[in-house]
Design a protein around this ligand. Structure first.
Ligand code: 13P
Ligand code: SF4
Length: 304
């Protein structure tokens, strides 16, 4: 049944000139029909270069908005309209404007997991895979990092030459994992390497053998000669790695590492979007787009 639906999707996407972009947290069956699967940074790059006239984003809302900002001439569809990233909504633009007044000589560095409104008050955007590089590259010595305190602390530890102010936002899924969770899995699998996303808390990240984005974690595990890994990010990555590397073992850091927003998009959703009966077309006022896209363009310029 899954294969039948996938064949229909592959046929239909060609006919309708649709490029399917899938974030790494999508299910195996959705990834299999995508033109490209990757982390937030790689998806931003693809948004600019995909030749198709329509892009179907299987991920969360800020990802579809990023695509629309970078390719305003294209139709951009968010496969599951309810799929949002709670972190993106944690701060209003007005709050950040107030904080900026307190720290006028700080550059605002915004995680890409933010709304378009919030991006209008940022100097540059970053993703988990590009944040260290970009914070090093910007000329400003002082950085106001929004909204993820955990990613902010990790970047701060890697860029000691700069001054950071952090706000207390973050990913509710990654931030609920405690050091005890790591100890419990490590005790059960003492030889496993620990690969973790920087959205996890500092006391968890400090035990890592590798810290990286969703694709970074997968690349590391695939290339490593080690045989066992504890995966400190959304549990879909555990499953993808199990499919990709049959000779290796992967253990979730916690059974609670589940992003319910990322789990919303199903294979039938993708099919229904291609039929035009599901999904939401992203519409953005040009004035907002022009203001918000600047920090994403800057990210691409500095991130390479
Ligand atoms: P990546 O940039 O690593 O894909 O992260 C996106 C995300 O939402 C992680 O929770
Ligand atoms: Fe947002 Fe966290 Fe889900 Fe990533 S895992 S989309 S940061 S809620």
């Amino acid at each position: 049944m899954i294969k039948d639906l996938q064949s229909k999707i592959l046929e239909l996407k060609k006919k309708t000139d649709v490029c399917i972009l899938a974030h790494s947290y999508m299910s195996e069956e959705v990834c299999e029909v995508a033109d490209f699967v990757g982390d937030s940074y790689a998806l931003s790059l693809k948004a600019k270069t995909a030749p198709q006239s329509t892009i179907l984003m299987c991920g969360v809302r800020f990802m579809a908005e990023t695509v629309k900002m970078l390719s305003p001439q294209k139709r951009v569809i968010l496969a599951s309209p309810e799929a949002g990233c709670p972190m993106a909504e944690q701060f209003d633009k007005e709050v950040i404007q107030q904080v900026k007044k307190l720290y006028p000589d700080y550059a605002v560095v915004a995680y890409v997991n933010t709304t378009a409104q919030l991006k209008t008050v940022a100097d540059v955007c970053v993703t988990s895979s590009s944040a260290v590089k970009i914070c090093k590259a910007i000329p400003q010595k002082n950085i106001l990092f929004i909204p993820d305190i955990n990613l902010g602390k990790y970047v701060q530890s890697q860029v000691p030459e700069k001054n950071f102010k952090l706000l207390s936002g973050g990913c509710p899924t990654h931030a609920k994992i405690e050091e005890e969770d790591f100890f419990a899995v490590k005790k059960a699998h003492p030889d496993a390497l620990f690969l973790v996303h920087p959205e996890c808390r500092e006391e968890v990240v400090k035990h890592a053998d590798f810290v990286g984005s969703t694709s970074g974690i997968m690349d590391f595990a695939e290339k490593s000669t080690a045989k066992e890994f504890i995966i400190g990010t959304e549990n879909s990555i555990v499953q993808h790695l199990q499919y990709k590397c049959h000779d290796k073992l992967f253990y979730p850091l916690s059974k609670d590492l589940v992003c319910h927003n990322m789990r919303l998009t199903t294979l039938p959703d993708v099919y229904n979007c291609l039929l035009g009966v599901s999904g939401e077309e992203i519409v953005m006022e040009e004035e907002l787009r022009v203001k918000a896209v600047k920090c994403i363009e800057r990210m691409i310029e500095l991130g390479g």
